[in-house]
Design a protein around this ligand. Structure first.
Ligand code: PAF
Length: 299
């Protein structure tokens, strides 16, 4: 039976690589054949949001690389690095089924063989929102994404809009440092009841998960008020705060309305803005947001 190119691609076996050298060699051989490479960096415990990134990468590239690495340099000393959910076998299967060509799963020693002296920092874009609450977080993200980009040299890299500040920072870093990679933003994927997908949702008990719904519900209410003409940032924040405060398991970390480009707080909604929240549901910190621009909204 004749095997079409399409069929041949579908039966291609996924390669798992733990070493940087091997990863570079495999990707280098694709490049020699003139194949384009799409890259989805992850910390694993993959969900439908990651699958959407992988699917988009598949559509737009000849080969897809996923990295699976829980990056210690982006966690603060009292954060959840140790207990961050990990399940390599499950992630491997998801990637294989999703048609990933290369799963790069390095150890910490492979990525950081000695104490890093060089870091990549992003100045004021990393100072507000999550950056203000998680000192050093975006320095760790920028550093590991730079390392990963230097290993994979992707044509395109895929990031979710749920991590809106991360996305803005990586876009800017890519521009400022002249990476030859196009950053592709993909919409937040939500469960049917509106909760944004996150690997950290795995920490939630059934009761906590129900309580967490106050996050998308309060954002939805804010968006409706903005659709109805509300432009005062303090009133928008107040409306979200009031709804979240009614949920006993929820504690607000921040609620902000920021300029879509500078990520600096605004007092009135005049241009494109990001409405972003971080909320602890019991001990689990969840983030969510929506972009608002006159005449069009993403949620
Ligand atoms: O968004 C994430 O999962 C991580 O911050 C990233 C981009 C993989 C870097 O570790």
């Amino acid at each position: 039976m004749a095997v079409t190119v399409k069929n041949a691609q579908r039966v291609r076996k996924m390669i798992v690589a733990e070493r940087i050298k091997e990863t570079r060699e495999i990707i280098g051989s694709w490049r020699k054949q003139g194949l384009s490479v799409g890259f989805v960096p992850t910390m694993g415990y993959l969900h439908e949001g990651h699958r959407a990134l992988i699917n988009r990468a598949r559509q737009e590239n000849d080969r897809v690389v996923v990295s699976l690495f829980v990056n210690p340099t982006q966690f603060g000393p009292n954060e959840d690095y140790e207990k961050y959910p990990r399940d390599f076998e499950r992630d491997r299967e998801i990637c294989e089924k999703a048609g990933v060509d290369l799963l790069f799963a390095p150890s910490v020693a492979e990525m950081y063989p000695s104490r890093n002296l060089a870091f990549v920092d992003i100045a004021e874009l990393g100072e507000g929102l999550c950056g203000a609450k998680r000192p050093g977080h975006f320095r760790g993200v920028c550093t590991v994404v730079t390392k990963l980009f230097n290993i994979v040299l992707p044509d395109r890299a895929y990031f979710g809009e749920k991590d809106a500040q991360q996305l803005a920072i990586i876009r800017r870093m890519t521009e400022d440092l002249n990476f030859n990679t196009r950053i592709v933003a993909c919409p937040t994927v939500r469960d049917a009841d509106g909760l944004a997908l996150s690997s950290r949702n795995a920490y939630l008990s059934e009761v906590e998960r129900k309580a967490a719904l106050v996050i998308p519900q309060s954002l939805q209410a804010a968006r409706q008020a903005m659709d109805g003409g509300e432009r005062d940032a303090a009133r928008i924040i107040g409306m979200i705060r009031e709804m979240i405060a009614k949920e006993p398991l929820a504690a607000i970390d921040y609620i902000e309305v920021v300029d879509g480009e500078t990520l600096k707080p605004v007092s009135r909604v005049e241009g494109p803005v990001l409405v972003a929240v971080a909320v602890f549901v019991s001990k689990t910190r969840l983030i969510d947001n929506f972009w608002y621009k006159e005449g069009s909204t993403c949620f």
